[in-house]
Design a protein around this ligand. Structure first.
Ligand code: B12
Length: 253
């Protein structure tokens, strides 16, 4: 088991000591940062401090040094955000600070996105993605979109606070076989179920595979609301989209 002393970056060590109290979270975060390279720890620190210019510079530098774009995304940008999430939950920081962290993450992602997108070849299929009504969280959704595009999917991003009718219109307009919905609030999660019901009412449920995700969403919740799949992160989102696409092809064969 990794120890705090195995985390080489002093700032990250202090953040863990000062702000993380739950033993399971300490173990998970220490394990994570003990594994990631010093360069990635620096990027994570820039995210935690909300320094977008530093995140921008370090991401460019890491790419120039040959670090893999996925490694920067997972071990630098997302890893940093995991500490931000805990500090926000425990009210050590508030919305303006989190927005600064989100801006820093976006600054790094700006370099990662074109690389992951360029990796794709022919289109694997069309996916409509959006964050449900009442919900403004889009970092996770945007990561999923980035990865889906990287895997060759054509993705139409409806943005945040998306109502049922907008989801239905987009699926129809683009003839999309897959719809992905994101929700980060327990209060907006039910809007996923409402959207699925709206598809049923419009007699369109059979025409589209629906996948859901977001931190509070679980497989059980997804099953209960009648979704076709749940993904816990951007990588599973891609795996899920691929398997749903196979189902679509098998059904239409
Ligand atoms: C950043 C953030 C914000 C930012 C959002 C900026 C932005 N542009 O997105 C701001 C400051 C605006 C914000 C506002 C609020 N927030 Co907020 N926020 C967060 C925070 C810290 C991180 C979320 C995040 O980006 N995570 C990083 C990404 C990478 O992870 P992710 O979103 O889970 O996405 C991954 C997976 O879930 C999955 N996934 C996501 N979508 C999908 C979709 C599909 C189809 C699939 C397959 C997979 C998938 O893949 C993603 C990539 O790996 C979380 C804490 C947390 N730990 O989640 C709180 C959190 C979600 N917020 C919370 C709250 C309460 C709020 C506010 C109500 C605060 C307030 N008092 O105003 C407002 C609500 C605004 C609104 N109407 O939406 C609570 C929700 C509590 C609850 N039980 O509902 C949380 C959990 C913090 C907490 N513990 O208190 N927030």
């Amino acid at each position: 088991m990794a120890q705090l002393a195995d985390v080489t970056n002093e700032f990250i060590r202090e953040e863990i000591e000062e702000y993380i109290q739950r033993p399971d979270e300490i173990e998970r975060i220490v394990e994570l940062f003990a594994r990631v390279s010093p360069k990635m720890q620096d990027i994570a620190a820039a995210i935690i401090e909300g320094e977008d210019d530093v995140a921008d510079e370090l991401t460019q530098q890491a790419l120039a040094d040959g670090v893999d774009a996925l490694e920067i995304m997972d071990d630098g940008l997302i890893a940093g955000m995991s500490i931000v999430g805990i500090k926000f939950r425990e009210a050590y920081i508030f919305v303006p600070e989190v927005l600064a962290c989100a801006r820093a993450m976006k600054a790094g992602m700006a370099y990662i996105e074109p690389i992951l997108s360029a990796a794709g070849v022919e289109s694997q299929g069309t996916v409509i993605m959006g964050t449900v009504k009442g919900d403004l969280h889009d970092i996770g959704k945007n990561l999923c979109i980035m990865m889906l595009r990287g895997a060759g999917f054509t993705v139409h991003d409806l943005g945040v606070d998306v109502g049922e009718d907008t989801f239905i219109d987009a699926v129809e307009e683009h003839g999309a076989p897959i719809l992905g919905m994101s929700a980060l609030l327990t209060t907006t999660m039910p809007n996923m179920g409402k959207t699925i019901e709206a598809f049923i009412d419009a007699d369109l449920r059979e025409d589209v595979k629906i996948m859901v995700g977001g931190a509070p969403v679980t497989q059980e919740f997804a099953d209960d609301m009648g979704a076709d799949g749940y993904g816990k992160d951007a990588l599973s989102c891609v795996a899920l989209a691929k398997s749903l696409m196979q189902e679509v092809k098998a059904e239409s064969a």
